[in-house]
Design a protein around this ligand. Structure first.
Ligand SMILES: Cc1cc2nc3c(=O)[nH]c(=O)nc-3n(C[C@H](O)[C@H](O)[C@H](O)COP(=O)(O)OP(=O)(O)OC[C@H]3O[C@@H](n4cnc5c(N)ncnc54)[C@H](O)[C@@H]3O)c2cc1C
Length: 338
């Protein structure tokens, strides 16, 4: 019997992953996902969707390793199943190259991706401005395909979906027992977290079906990621900039930088110029608190602030959020569960 009413706010990759983890693991809960915007209009839809990571300064490395591994294994299972094309998840091989040898030559995720190794001098020869490189196979998760697939999976698990902007958590206090906040950059206003800020990212979707290997500059500013229907070429990282329209100067600069790494891009056609706002924060917030809403103490689980790596970490942090919802259930008065 479903007796505990859970609201998950947010329909990006973090919201849907979290809502599915709860709906599939906790039959006692009826889960409703509410969001102002759905695919194709979320930041997640713009993500290049490469499963990679950088270190978040305030989270123990072990926890980040677990988030990354859980996310990787979840997507690898999909990529190696019959669902891969419908879910938009694929294996992707290529290299990350550096102008200077990085302090950390073996990143914390190197044991999780497949076949991680340093590049040979022969491989590096084509990048004369770069001194060091890493070759490996990871995953690419195309969210404009993956999000509708997740939505289907969520509905199959009994979840309900509602399109609506939540102006204040008070609006949810009468109809829900637990609130899960996955609103990304929206958390700045919804829960007043001033640490959250937009980091504008523009990319180009290009037609270049001859490209099969990804190239990423370790500074994160230039990357070429071949996907299922197009190649994602980027990018920009504009902190505090929330313009959603494409900028011609940015398009030009992206093409110039990336054509130096992959000259054949000069022959490729630009299909779209999407822009998204990464939920910037020093580290993601994955924790629970009790919030007084209309005189009642309501458990709120937060899962937001994944910055430039929300696709990589979504499933991993969703599993942690599920653990926090479980804790809330244990702590709730018996009456609420009956
Ligand atoms: C150009 C670019 C490239 C990227 N590349 C990668 C990559 O290669 N790998 C990677 O891992 N990550 C990448 N990212 C980062 C990734 O896109 C984000 O970390 C991720 O999408 C965040 O997901 P989210 O679900 O938290 O937020 P979002 O996708 O922004 O979803 C937030 C949801 O909350 C809803 N919402 C917000 N406020 C409210 C409210 N008040 N009421 C109701 N609903 C609300 C929104 O409508 C939306 O549904 C990239 C991002 C950009 C912009």
């Amino acid at each position: 019997m479903k007796t505990v009413r859970v609201a998950v706010v947010g329909a990006g990759v973090v919201g849907f992953s979290t809502a599915i983890c709860i709906a599939e693991a906790l039959p006692i809960c009826s889960v409703t996902l509410l969001a102002e915007k759905f695919s194709p209009d979320t930041t997640s839809d713009v993500a290049a969707g490469m499963v990679l990571a950088e270190v978040f300064p305030d989270i123990p490395l072990e926890r980040q390793r677990r988030w990354f591994k859980n996310g990787f294994d979840h997507l690898l299972d999909i990529a190696q199943s019959e669902h891969a094309p419908e879910a938009g998840v694929m294996l992707s091989s290529g290299c990350q190259i550096f102008k200077e040898v990085p302090a950390e030559m073996k990143p914390f995720w190197s044991d999780t991706v497949i076949g991680f190794r340093n590049m040979t001098d022969r491989e590096l020869k084509r990048f004369p401005n770069h001194k060091f490189g890493q070759a490996f196979t990871t995953l690419k998760c195309e969210c404009s395909t993956y999000l509708p697939w997740l939505q289907k999976r969520f509905r199959k698990a009994g979840g309900r979906v509602e399109q609506r902007k939540v102006n204040s958590l008070h609006e949810l206090s009468n109809n829900f027992d637990i609130i899960v906040n996955c609103t990304g950059v929206g958390s700045r206003t919804l829960v007043g977290d001033n640490q959250v800020h937009p980091i504008r990212g523009q990319v180009l979707k290009m037609e270049a079906p001859w490209l099969k290997h990804f190239i990423r500059d370790g500074d994160g500013m230039s990357y070429i990621y071949p996907g299922i229907h197009s190649v994602t070429v980027g990018g920009t990282r504009q902190v505090g900039d929330s313009r959603l329209q494409a900028d011609e100067g940015d398009s030009k600069s992206i093409l110039e930088r990336c054509s130096k790494l992959e000259p054949s891009l000069r022959r490729a056609k630009v299909l779209h110029k999407p822009v998204g706002l990464r939920p910037g924060r020093r580290s993601p917030r994955v924790e629970k608190e009790l919030v007084e809403l209309k005189g009642r103490q309501v458990p709120v689980v937060h899962n937001y602030g994944h910055g430039g790596w929300g696709v990589s970490f979504a499933w991993g942090t969703a599993l942690d959020a599920l653990g926090l919802v479980r804790q809330c259930l244990h702590e709730m008065p018996l009456q609420a569960k009956l």
